[in-house]
Write a protein of this length. Structure first.
Length: 204
């Protein structure tokens, strides 16, 4: 009788473990299905072209996500972020102004594996006025986006060999970004890049 009870208990435990593994696999598959990367034509804008054609070039701190825009003329969904300007390099806005920035993609649907902005992050962006003086989209999408983390800046999109490279050690925030992009980003020195941007804009 004891052997029968032990056998029944063992079978019950095996069944519970098997069910739990199936549930875990199911949840994992569902999570994977929720994430998608959209392949689209990225505007091939060079650094020099972007600084000439942008309405606003600014270093901004990303705030809250305020809206997701899709449908109508928006073939690709865009996410709107409220952002505060830390420094204006070119354009009519002032430091501390609040603007809205449109980034291609939305939660669960990234453009070319390009993650959405996160609240608290700092970027130097090449921006185009959408027409209302308040909302801006990014010139060249990833090609007009520079992630700033202390003394290191990551340039997304096409490589620009003439921009100043970072020589010192990288901090954890930068390493994490590099891993997210499989190291397919350009690592710049923040101070040198800011100086270069100021200099190039004066010559524009």
């Amino acid at each position: 009788m004891k052997k029968v009870r032990i056998m029944i208990l063992s079978l019950s435990c095996f069944a519970l473990v098997s069910c739990n593994e199936e549930d875990t696999k199911g949840n994992s598959n569902r999570n994977n299905e929720l994430k998608a990367s959209v392949h689209t034509l990225i505007e091939a804008v060079t650094y020099n072209q972007a600084i000439k054609e942008s309405d606003l070039i600014a270093e901004v701190r990303i705030g809250k996500k305020s809206d997701t825009i899709s449908g109508g003329n928006n073939i690709i969904a865009k996410t709107k972020f409220e952002s505060k300007i830390k420094k204006v390099y070119a354009g009519d806005k002032k430091n501390q102004d609040i603007i809205d920035i449109l980034q291609d993609g939305k939660e669960g649907m990234e453009i070319e594996n390009y993650p959405l902005f996160q609240s608290g992050e700092t970027y130097i962006l090449m921006l185009i006025d959408s027409g209302d003086g308040q909302t801006f989209w990014i010139k060249g999408q990833v090609n007009g986006t520079y992630f700033v983390a202390g003394n290191t800046t990551l340039k997304f999109g096409n490589n620009e060999p003439s921009l100043p490279k970072k020589k010192n050690n990288l901090d954890s925030a930068v390493i994490e970004k590099l891993e997210n992009f499989n190291n397919k980003v350009q690592v710049l020195d923040t101070i040198d890049f800011r100086e270069r941007l100021d200099k190039d804009l004066k010559r524009k």
